[in-house]
Design a protein around this ligand. Structure first.
Ligand SMILES: C[S@@+](CC[C@H](N)C(=O)[O-])C[C@H]1O[C@@H](n2cnc3c(N)ncnc32)[C@H](O)[C@@H]1O
Length: 323
């Protein structure tokens, strides 16, 4: 099994606690979605990807299945590939099947559970592939700079692969910052391949984040259980209701946990009061048009060169190059 490297190892729990306290102290309470993926959250996310309503994974896989060879033909041999937020690692397998002499593959995850999933999936499929797993936070610019410097990535030709519409979890300002990090990681002659979810019928979107089997609700509420387990809070998830809302103005799905009653939650000696109906905003998933995405990329000095879509125009894989 490949050795996992942990970037900036210390202070992980302190960071989690600080982020949670900061989020719950806001007028609109919020929690960062990067903490969804403990072992239970990772397993629930895998179930979400199989749900009838959750078209996202199925659609992106269909695009990969149809176009991976064409995509690989646009990429050079001897690439190093970095996949921030690699999840289960299933998607990169489609590209790896068509790429020649891949030098190394760096799955880069905040969740050790997800990193282990991806290793377990990819190692047997590609026994010759040099896999260098990294545990870290791709939103952390200092961490990305450290990685880029230590691995001398800026002087190489790399592919940064970012599927799953994970970019959509971030505000436009943060998405630009993340893409600037990718610009750094891919090197001056490199490539960035990003999966984005496209604007579509509102009900399709709402259902995708609020399925009938309530798996997404369990995934959302698991964040409260994780905060209880790891930070000693006393949330009662039974007293919160999962909601998916579409924010038309910002073109995004929002996930919330709405308090069913007036209640108080204790965390680290602090009390957080909830009025009945008050929510914690837990995730955003921005939906793009290709024009809007192209403009966003340009602000990160990346040029949109190619796109591949499914027939319904639900999802797009976008190949970008440094400007
Ligand atoms: C929506 S899932 C997508 C997984 C996979 N890329 C896919 O397409 O199926 C998001 C993944 O990104 C990881 N992730 C979220 N925020 C992260 C961060 N700030 N740094 C590193 N990984 C992160 C999560 O642990 C999770 O595995």
């Amino acid at each position: 099994m490949s050795q996992i490297t942990q970037l900036m190892t210390n202070k992980v729990d302190t960071q989690f606690l600080n982020d949670v306290i900061a989020g719950l102290s806001q007028r609109q309470k919020n929690l960062p979605c990067k903490y969804f993926y403990d072992d239970v959250g990772a397993a629930l996310f895998e179930q979400i990807t199989e749900l009838d309503e959750y078209y996202v994974t199925r659609t992106e896989l269909s695009i990969l299945s149809q176009y991976s060879q064409a995509i690989a033909q646009l990429l050079p041999d001897n690439l190093s590939i970095i996949e921030p937020g690699c999840g289960s690692g299933k998607k990169i397998a489609y590209l790896l099947a068509h790429l020649v002499n891949v030098k190394s593959f760096v799955p880069f995850e905040i969740s050790s559970e997800m990193l282990n999933y991806s290793l377990a999936h990819l190692s047997p499929l590609f026994p010759e592939l040099a896999i260098a797993p990294l545990l870290g936070d791709f939103t952390h610019s200092q961490m990305v700079k450290q990685l880029s410097r230590e691995a001398q990535l800026e002087t190489q030709t790399n592919l940064v692969y970012f599927p799953g519409s994970t970019l959509g979890n971030f505000s436009p300002v943060k998405a630009i910052e993340i893409m600037k990090n990718f610009h750094r990681l891919c090197g001056i002659n490199g490539y960035v391949l990003i999966g984005i979810d496209l604007v579509k019928d509102r009900q399709v979107l709402l259902d995708a984040y609020d399925d009938k089997k309530k798996v997404t609700a369990a995934f959302n509420k698991n964040l409260l259980l994780r905060i209880n387990n790891e930070l000693g809070a006393d949330f009662n998830p039974e007293q919160f209701t999962h909601q998916s809302r579409f924010n038309e103005k910002l073109s995004r799905i929002e996930m919330h946990l709405s308090s069913d009653c007036e209640q108080t939650v204790r965390l680290n000696g602090q009390l957080f009061h909830f009025a009945e109906g008050e929510s914690i905003h837990t995730e955003n998933s921005h939906k793009y048009t290709l024009a809007a995405f192209s403009q966003l990329s340009a602000q990160a000095n990346l040029r949109l060169e190619h796109t591949w879509q499914d027939q319904r125009g639900y999802f797009a894989l976008c190949l970008l190059r440094p400007l």
